[in-house]
Design a protein around this ligand. Structure first.
Ligand code: R1P
Length: 282
């Protein structure tokens, strides 16, 4: 388990990044598995590797590059893109997983956009759909693994943050409106089940999640969203549906990690288009 990152560590990390970068972002984007290509729509790029930033370990998941890309979108908005996230199953202290989110806030970010690859549970969803996250069920949080467990540093936020409107209602509305304007009829609005992984789910896991109202399942995002709200960021999130639950005991496997990356890679241009439009309207 890596060491706990405290407020002073975050300050040191931010000072390091700001000493190298001229961009002052107001929008933060976390790229999910296979979604790193989002940075192709960014101009005037400035890149810093996690391994060069004090206190940050390398990411261990293939297709999570492990760097921040700062730059400008064609609309002129300055953004900070986290290419590569830390997952709970990598064995990190929770404070590592959310450190980039806290950095973003201290760097001036106001709106946080989280993306991920997820398995589709809702049987009307198709592989390649995008789901704007309406709400979540955060299983690690139920089991005592919220990133906010431990002493609360008030500089990050209050002890008991209300998260009733975690995935900001107005931002979701805006995102869905942008999708409609772009004619993206494959953009859904649903419930994300956040599990710890790294194993995928059994048939009965999937049936349980589906019965309890979940539309897609993945192994990230919820802790980052909670941490973002705790520190005062407006949060919006979306899943790229990379595989689909097949409810049959005859099927050997309904998901494969390489396929997840490939499918999401193929859909990245749609995610980028949607984000570009959305950010231009913030
Ligand atoms: O949530 P992201 O980082 O997109 O990654 C998703 O893809 C991986 C599984 O293929 C898991 O880490 C799952 O959470």
């Amino acid at each position: 388990m890596s060491k706990k990152i405290v407020y002073e560590d975050i300050q040191e990390m931010v000072e390091f990044v700001q000493s190298k970068m001229t961009i002052r972002p107001t929008v933060g984007i976390v790229c999910g598995t296979g979604l790193g290509g989002i940075n192709e729509v960014i101009n005037d790029k400035e890149i810093v590797k996690f391994s060069d930033i004090p206190n940050l370990p390398q990411t261990t998941v293939t297709s999570h590059a492990g760097q921040f890309v700062l730059g400008r979108l064609p609309c002129g908005k300055e953004v900070m893109v986290q290419q590569g996230r830390y997952h709970f199953y990598e064995g990190h202290d929770q404070s590592i997983i959310v450190a980039p989110i806290r950095m973003m806030k201290l760097m001036g970010v106001e709106t946080l956009i989280l993306t991920n690859a997820a398995g589709g549970l809702n049987q009307s969803y198709s592989i390649g759909d995008i789901m704007v996250i309406k709400d979540h069920i955060y299983f690690p949080g139920f089991a005592g693994n919220s990133p906010l467990v431990g002493p609360n540093d008030k500089r990050f936020g209050e002890r008991f943050p209300p998260i009733y409107n975690l995935y900001d209602r107005e931002l979701r509305k805006k995102m869905l409106k942008c999708a409609e304007q772009l004619g993206m009829d494959f953009v859904r609005h649903g419930i994300y089940a956040s599990v710890a992984g790294p194993h995928y789910e059994t048939i009965f896991d999937m049936r349980f999640l589906l019965k309890n109202g979940c539309d897609a399942v993945g192994m990230s995002t919820s802790g980052e969203a909670i941490c973002g709200a705790h520190i005062g960021l407006k949060v919006v999130a979306m899943s790229g549906v990379s595989n689909k639950f097949v409810d049959s005991e005859e099927v050997e496997n309904f998901v494969d990690g390489d396929e997840v990356t490939q499918v999401v890679n193929n859909g990245v241009s749609y995610v980028s288009k949607l984000l570009e439009r959305f950010i231009s309207e913030l």
